[in-house]
Design a protein around this ligand. Structure first.
Ligand code: NAD
Length: 282
């Protein structure tokens, strides 16, 4: 993984280069808000945007990119198939719909959003088809634990290129990271800032002060030094720029360990083995 500047990339297991830092757009409102935030991000040098059909802002993502003046092929776009759309035929239809919303003819990375029990293997078969047809450059999964990953690997032709999971100093899951590294699956973090939770942790405030950076910058840098691709979310121009300014310092090994030691197996989102009710009740 190259983490020298914002153009740094990691080579996925199929040879595709994925930018190590991207903009997450969960809860960025469709229309002006998502369009503006992507325009700020592109100006700050980001070339990687993470959306999902569930976020209901794919149309704005596409519009922002088309009107930005940055060529489409220079930007890495991830979208995801939602739980209600899983199964083979439904996934193919959901993908067509995402492309239509984005107004694009391919996406860079298509992910299974959650491992819907009894369905995710069929969903994966649809992703394999899309990949083989060249309509997606890479395929992967999200919210998958080691047992889900083993299930996919043992029952299909294509090893996921990426797993996008909740990851921050309160939820490290080092054995899962090690498993992914060993199997050449790129780990990517969602909610790297713990949806704001990291700003309340004193150890992080002290360390940020030591490096003369903000807590957000410290944690984004910690992700990258751990070999984790990260997609912090903000719709504010200054924060989008701030979150990209992480290439002029290095966290020492000792301080990396201090951050790792904050792990409490604490989640902000649902558990991958028990999430169906979570979304039904939301
Ligand atoms: P996050 O951890 O990135 O936190 C975002 C919040 O942190 C923002 O709302 C903002 O209030 C704050 N923030 C951001 N930069 C800041 C700064 N510099 N200073 C102060 N505050 C700052 O949370 P997230 O949005 O949940 O996660 C990031 C992205 O991950 C999402 O936008 C989405 O793309 C993806 N995601 C994926 C899944 C999944 O199931 N695959 C789930 C959640 C999120």
């Amino acid at each position: 993984m190259k983490i020298t500047d914002i153009n740094g990339t990691t080579k996925l297991n199929n040879g595709v280069d994925m930018p190590v830092l991207g903009l997450g757009v969960y809860k960025a409102k469709e229309g002006r808000e998502v369009v503006d935030s992507i325009q700020h991000a592109l100006e700050a040098g980001y070339r990687h945007i993470d959306t999902a059909s569930f976020y209901e802002n794919e149309r704005g993502v596409g519009e922002a990119i088309r009107t930005s003046g940055v060529p489409r092929e220079e930007i890495f776009i991830t979208t995801k198939v939602w739980n209600d759309d899983q199964g083979y035929e439904q996934t193919l239809a959901a993908f067509d719909n995402s492309l239509k919303e984005l107004n694009m003819n391919y996406v860079d990375l298509y992910l299974i959003h959650w491992p819907v029990p009894g369905k995710y293997l069929e969903t994966w078969k649809a992703l394999e088809k899309l990949y083989k047809e060249g309509r997606v450059k890479a395929i992967g999964v999200s919210n998958f634990l080691q047992h889900h990953l083993i299930d996919v690997v043992e029952n299909s032709d294509v090893v996921p290129a990426v797993v996008q999971n909740e990851f921050h100093p309160r939820l490290v899951q080092q054995p899962l990271l090690d498993f992914c590294k060993k199997n050449n699956i790129q780990y990517e973090s969602w909610s790297p800032l713990m949806r704001g939770g990291v700003f309340k942790i004193d150890t992080l405030k002290d360390l940020a002060e030591k490096y003369k950076k903000s807590v957000a910058q410290l944690i984004i840098r910690w992700n990258l030094q751990k070999g984790v691709v990260t997609i912090p979310k903000s719709v504010h121009r200054e924060r989008i720029f701030e979150n990209a300014d992480v290439f002029d310092f290095k966290i020492s090994e000792e301080d990396m360990c201090k951050i790792n030691a904050l792990d409490r197996e604490e989640r902000t989102g649902a558990h991958p083995d028990d999430f169906m009710d979570h979304f039904e009740n939301n």
